[in-house]
Design a protein around this ligand. Structure first.
Ligand code: ADP
Length: 266
């Protein structure tokens, strides 16, 4: 009898605990949802004033450049940098809030990865040259990927931008594409500062930065790789990294390729 009573007591306590915990979770998850909505709304609302500030500063620069003292010009440049940094932060926060709220749309189609990489090379050429970095793209002549073209582009831009930011003068960045069995592999390797092994598992966490000051100096906010990882995972792909401190890093994007007939792929 004692054993039965003890068993009943244990089962009842577990059930009661489960029910109580469940009830306690409701207000917590409601608060979380409200917080996510707040982040999304606040980021969205901040976009308009920030873009007005950005264009106003550009107007001042274009019209009054000759009338401004060198001190005012420096202040103007700093202001432009800060507004740009804030716009990036707000856009990244909005992306994350939308993905947390499951409001992020993924529109998958076949698209030319060759064209995306060619445009990327053109867009980053100036930034790379300015930092004395050699940017090479090695891709088969016409290769197609399957996914959300805009988001895959965003993901590649995040990784290449990092490869420039965390590189060294006379460094190199190489982007190469391989078609494997049922997936595409895009390797982005750099000869930059590398990532110390004790940090490598954390670089995909939100706001995680190995070197706060270097990241901030180059306009970073520690959100890029968490967004990149979300984009890859929303395509059922993988984002891998290998790195050696002082030598460089390689990020590999693995994207599944669904079986399609030749007509759709071409
Ligand atoms: P950030 O805006 O700081 O660049 P990310 O989320 O894109 O944020 O990256 C997180 C951190 O990972 C960076 O702050 C940097 O320390 C490290 N990191 C990312 N890419 C590289 C790279 N190619 N080489 C060295 N470190 C990198």
């Amino acid at each position: 009898i004692l054993i039965i009573l003890a068993a009943v007591f244990i089962v009842a306590s577990v059930l009661l605990g489960y029910l109580m915990a469940g009830r306690a979770m409701v207000p917590i998850s409601n608060a979380f949802n409200r917080l996510k909505e707040f982040t999304a709304d606040a980021s969205h609302e901040l976009r308009t004033p920030l873009s007005i500030m950005q264009s106003s500063l550009e107007v001042i620069e274009a019209e009054d450049r000759n009338k401004l003292s060198s001190f005012s010009l420096t202040v103007l440049e700093d202001l432009k940098d800060e507004v740009k940094r804030m716009s990036n932060l707000v856009n990244n926060l909005l992306f994350i809030a939308r993905s947390d709220n499951e409001q992020q749309q993924i529109n998958k189609t076949w698209f030319s990865l060759t064209d995306v990489l060619e445009k990327l090379r053109r867009n980053f050429q100036y930034e790379a040259e300015k930092n004395q970095i050699n940017l090479n793209v090695k891709s088969p002549k016409s290769i197609k990927a399957f996914g959300d073209k805009e988001k895959i582009t965003q993901l590649l831009y995040i990784i290449v931008e990092n490869a420039i930011k965390y590189n060294v003068p006379n460094g190199t960045i190489e982007i190469s594409v391989y078609k494997e069995n049922n997936q595409l592999r895009i390797n982005i390797s750099d000869t930059g500062i590398g990532i110390p092994s004790e940090h490598i598992n954390r670089i995909f966490d939100r706001f995680y930065r190995v070197d706060q000051s270097r990241s901030r100096e180059s306009g970073g906010n520690g959100l890029g790789l968490s967004i990149a990882k979300w984009i890859v995972q929303s395509h059922n792909g993988k984002l891998e990294v290998t790195s050696e401190e002082g030598k460089g890093s390689m990020f590999s994007v693995l994207l599944p390729l669904p079986k399609q007939n030749e007509k759709e792929q071409s």
